[in-house]
Ligand binder design. Sequence first.
Ligand SMILES: [Zn+2]
Length: 128
Amino acid sequence: MSDLKFCQGTECHMHKTQDRIKGTKGNKTYQTRRRSKFYYGNGNFCSTWCQNDWFNTYGDRAIDHFGRTTQAKHLTEQNAWEKDYDYDWQSRTESNWRYVNSITKEQRPLTQAQFNDTNYTLNINTGE
Ligand SMILES: [Zn+2]
């Protein structure tokens, strides 16, 4: 039982579903869902409903706490490289691994090893 965790939704117990009713006869209550695993909001919420409830309650404070975006961020040419490749469905083979700059549309060839290397990048880390 110790591996179970509670949904963090602020109103989880207010959503009247049959699985939330717990307790003995005459002493039943709707309760916050408790599961070994949740699939929403990084595993913190039982549903998008509960995730939205949490955000409606705490979202503004969370954004203010971690830093509100007050001006446009920019994806520059230096950081617009995206890996791409061609896939042939008939032969089920990959080919033409490449970097494509989503701003300039310039293409640069990649080896398959470079494509698969998650540390290999043409993008310049801006520390963003
Ligand atoms: Zn919930």
